[in-house]
Write a protein that binds this ligand. Structure first.
Ligand SMILES: *Cc1c(COP(=O)(O)O)cnc(C)c1O
Length: 525
């Protein structure tokens, strides 16, 4: 047991954690802090005599696994699983993230041994079914968007952006044009300007008009022979459809530039609008948003891009072809007859598990079902907008698409901020909405209910929000500043948590002498 500065035994991590328990919400020290030497859940036989073959590379200290009994281990992981707040626990209205229910059917399909146990380096003759599945999904993505070409490899939305913009860069090179600028509306997701900058373009922002949409006149004034592309999100991150989108596409094309669409919000229009009909040249689709596959916590995403004829020949490697030899992967530029791939984007062929889930989602919904997905997502968001706009402040006139946007004018001079509202919402059992994004409105609340929430859930959320507004009006500033009161951890330094996360536990005695206990070569050998 360690001692505190007064020489009294300091409290163990487990005692401190127990003191932080609230009701049956149990706090949980790290498993390393719970361990005790010599304690174990199982007995292993003595190792038989063996000859060491480490060649002088061996640990100096024990590996440092905690000693724990079986019930301690079971409780630890069960408690952690209970802290795993997610879409399976309750409403998760993160705007722009599309946290919708993940049908169990998709999970079952993804776990079929023929899909789940594949290795990406298997010969293609042994994975014909998997390649056919990727090809079928590609077919439906092209059908739903009206686009002639698709690249399945990108591993996330941002990766899809990079892929699409790399194809644009290659297309401009092929034309012998040196265009350096990419136009991005102010309301864009941060990944858009980051993508353009990563590819060496300079970024110029386009302001929004009073309706929360791209200002067409300003856009036109910025188009010129130096502009490579416009990156536009539709529906945009204010939850609004860009009504001038066809005129925008015309203007962009007239200037010789490409029209990149951020299609992360495709769930609002899937089955109802074909992006090809809007004049888009290339668009990424977040399978993990529109087509339901699980995401969050940095888990796997999948961001295929669809391309118009203008960019189809620059599709990245590898891609799948189907001929009389069955399904094949084109892995090298020399085999890409007639095409000019910009290169390879990823080690293998894309996120197989996500492909299975997305295709299961598409096929199980069917055409009428996908149409209904978009309709219900938009209806649910408008229900929230209509039910809260008399007490909160909506910056733009409705109706909205798949997400409802509010700003913080209703909090003016109250001493209560957007983040205070979000923290108080946690105490009422709801995950906060997206806050302070998009940047074009002050103190944004961006609420995306998705199509999977019931009216009862939406009503409960609306009631919680209205109740918080009542507390604002009563001037209960202290209640807000103290929130969340019932969460295991309360207000944290979120900037420090993001900027300097502590990802490795170091025992106190090793911390003191600066030794992290890693493998070192034995000096004597
Ligand atoms: C989610 C999102 C992205 C990025 O997608 P990732 O899969 O997280 O990389 C880009 N743009 C918009 C509008 C998004 O909502």
């Amino acid at each position: 047991m360690s001692m505190n500065t007064q020489g009294r035994p300091s409290k163990s991590a487990i005692v401190l954690a127990m003191e932080a328990n609230k009701g049956l919400v149990l706090d949980e020290p790290l498993i390393f802090e719970q361990g005790a030497e010599g304690r174990t859940g199982i007995d292993l036989p003595e190792l038989p005599k063996y000859k060491e073959r480490l060649g002088g590379v061996r640990r100096r200290a024990a590996i440092g696994l905690p000693g724990l009994s079986e019930p301690q281990v079971v409780r630890h992981y069960t408690r952690l699983s209970q802290k795993n707040f997610g879409i399976d626990s309750t409403f998760y209205p993160l705007g722009s993230c599309t946290m919708k229910h993940n049908p169990r059917l998709n999970e079952k399909m993804a776990r079929l041994p023929g899909f789940g146990d594949l290795h990406p380096m298997q010969p293609t003759s042994t994975v014909q079914g998997a390649l056919e599945l990727i090809d079928q999904l590609a077919h439906w993505l092209k059908t739903l968007t009206g686009m002639p070409a698709v690249a399945m490899v990108p591993g996330a939305g941002a990766h899809g952006e990079f892929c699409g913009m790399a194809a644009i860069k290659r297309a401009l090179e092929a034309r012998g044009e040196h265009r350096t600028k990419v136009l991005v509306p102010e309301s864009a997701h941060g990944t858009n300007p980051a993508t353009a900058a990563a590819l060496g373009f300079t970024v110029e922002a386009i302001p929004a008009n009073a309706e929360g949409r791209v200002d067409l006149a300003i856009l036109k004034s910025k188009l010129g022979p130096d502009v490579a592309a416009l990156m536009l999100t539709n529906p945009n991150t204010c939850g609004l459809f860009e009504r001038d989108i066809v005129a925008i596409a015309d203007a962009v094309h007239k200037a010789g530039a490409f029209f990149y669409c951020d299609g992360a919000n495709f769930n609002a229009i899937v089955g109802r609008v074909r992006p090809a009909d809007l004049g888009i040249d290339v668009m990424h689709i977040n399978l993990h948003k529109t087509f339901s596959t699980p995401h969050g916590g940095g888990g796997p995403g999948s961001g295929p891009i669809v391309m118009a004829e203008s960019l189809a020949e620059f599709v990245p490697l590898p891609y799948i072809v189907h001929d009389n030899q069955g399904f094949r992967l084109i892995e090298h530029a020399v085999d890409a007859m007639g095409k000019k791939p910009f290169g390879r984007l990823k080690g293998f062929h894309g996120q197989m598990g996500m492909f299975v889930r997305a295709l299961a989602y598409i096929l199980s919904h069917g055409a009428d079902g996908l149409w209904q997905v978009a309709s219900d997502a938009v209806l649910n968001a408008n229900y929230i907008l209509a039910s809260l706009q008399d007490v909160m402040s909506a910056p733009f006139k409705g109706p909205c698409m798949h997400e409802a946007l509010f700003d913080d004018r209703f909090l003016k001079d109250t001493g209560i901020t957007t983040v205070d509202m979000a923290k108080a919402l946690i105490d009422r059992g709801f995950h906060p909405m997206t806050m302070y994004f998009p940047l074009v409105v002050h103190g944004a609340f961006l609420i995306e209910p998705t199509e999977t929430e019931s009216k009862e859930t939406l009503d409960a959320f609306i009631a919680a929000m209205r109740d918080l507004v009542r507390e604002v009006r009563l001037g209960n500033v202290e209640m807000f500043k103290q929130s969340p009161r019932f969460a295991p951890s309360r207000r944290m330094d979120e900037t420090r948590a993001a900027r300097s996360p502590i990802l490795k536990w170091t025992p106190a005695d090793r911390e003191e002498n600066g030794d992290n206990g890693d493998i070192t070569r034995d000096a004597a050998e």
